[in-house]
Design a protein around this ligand. Structure first.
Ligand SMILES: *[C@@H]1O[C@H](CO)[C@@H](O)[C@H](O)[C@H]1NC(C)=O
Ligand SMILES: [Cu+2]
Length: 358
């Protein structure tokens, strides 16, 4: 908690990021903007094992299609994106230092799943995204149906590169690890020593929090973090873990936790947002000690290149110059889909988004 309080006091943006780009505050989320259309025909996000086998297959087929479709955006291609999937991973990479350890963590990752849904749509997928009910498998990820090589996402990685078997075997991701871009297989290393920390006790603890300020932290530092640690997706690297499609089922679980928390008191929680809008370099990722420079070295991230910094959005865009995340905070997908505000994604049935967890 002490470190978090420091965040507010220092109010620092990542110096390199904010120095490189001073974007105008183009969009406050409401002014002059038509209200989003009413939501009709909610997309159902089902837990993976409750999906019909034909729907699971359609999902995997679409993910494989995105992973093998050529990149489209010149500025992302110039930075090393080879496929449409690489563009998605690069989005998470370029913005990594402003979407973690900040109040935008949950809204951004909700938006990020929406970006994934859009890309799957380009490949003809019309169904809802799957999510993973991790408490069902806590302590036993290794035997989860989601890790089945035939009916899941492939199992524990093997060999020197921890490459997975199953439907994503043989595919290449060119973004990461960290801020380096080296082509590698979809990889992960399951660790059932840590997976118990995604269990229902920790989910319930997060859902019991009285406000966003405490809820996002309990989710971020709780089941979200330990799920990542237990899966060690893409070299266990926080910056580019979305290279592994399993990332999106984990983050479906994370997003559902936020929604379940919101649903506990919608009138208040559809507009409850807070938290710093940028990491302080002196603090870095709150789950590690040492500040960004130390973490870059000890976690093997490297640093964003000048070219990456040049396309990195201002982490304070929309926050009226302040250091707190607001509803008008602008989230960018670097051109994959239009920017959105935090306000746009607060309600999963609000019109900009139109889905439910079943
Ligand atoms: C979750 O794991 C903790 C140990 O880390 C344990 O004390 C608790 O009983 C577990 N809860 C459930 C519901 O299994
Ligand atoms: Cu992330």
């Amino acid at each position: 908690m002490v470190r978090l309080l420091q965040l507010g006091a220092l109010g620092l943006a990542l110096s390199g990021v904010s120095a490189a780009v001073a974007l105008p505050q183009t969009d406050d989320g409401t002014a002059g903007k038509p209200k989003p259309p009413a939501c009709k025909g909610l997309t159902k996000r089902q837990e993976w094992r409750n999906m019909k086998r034909s729907d699971q297959k359609a999902y995997v087929k679409a993910v494989r299609c995105v992973m093998t479709s050529p990149a489209k955006l010149p500025k992302l291609k110039a930075l090393g994106a080879k496929t449409r999937w690489d563009e998605l991973v690069m989005l998470h990479q370029v913005e990594a230092l402003q979407i973690h350890s900040t109040g935008t963590f949950l809204p951004f990752h909700r938006y990020f799943l929406h970006v994934q849904q859009f890309l799957l749509g380009e490949c003809g997928y019309k169904g809802g995204l799957p999510w993973w009910n991790e408490p069902l498998d806590s302590g036993n990820f290794l035997s989860s149906p989601l890790l089945d090589p035939v009916t899941g996402f492939g199992g524990d990685g093997t060999g020197a590169g921890n490459c997975v078997n199953g439907p994503f075997d043989g595919l290449t991701v060119s973004i990461g690890p960290g801020f380096n871009n080296q082509p590698r297989c979809v990889n992960r290393k399951i660790n059932d020593f840590f997976s118990p920390l995604t269990n229902q006790t920790y989910v319930d603890d997060a859902l019991s929090k009285p406000d966003y300020a405490t809820a996002w932290l309990a989710i971020y530092m709780g089941p979200h973090l330990w799920g990542h640690v237990a899966l060690a997706m893409m070299d266990g690297n926080s910056i580019t873990s979305p290279g592994d499609p399993l990332f999106f089922t984990h983050h479906g679980f994370v997003d559902k936790m936020w929604w379940d928390w919101q649903a506990g008191n919608l009138p208040a929680r559809l507009s409850d947002i807070s938290g710093p809008n940028a990491m302080s370099p002196e603090i870095g990722f709150i789950e590690f000690d040492g500040g960004i420079a130390d973490e870059a070295a000890s976690q093997g991230w490297g640093s964003p290149s000048p070219a990456m910094l040049a396309i990195t959005p201002d982490p304070k865009n929309g926050d009226n110059g302040g250091t707190e995340t607001t509803l008008d905070h602008v989230m960018s997908s670097l051109g994959i889909i239009p920017d959105a505000t935090v306000r746009d994604v607060m309600d999963i049935k609000g019109g900009y988004l139109c889905y439910e967890y079943v």
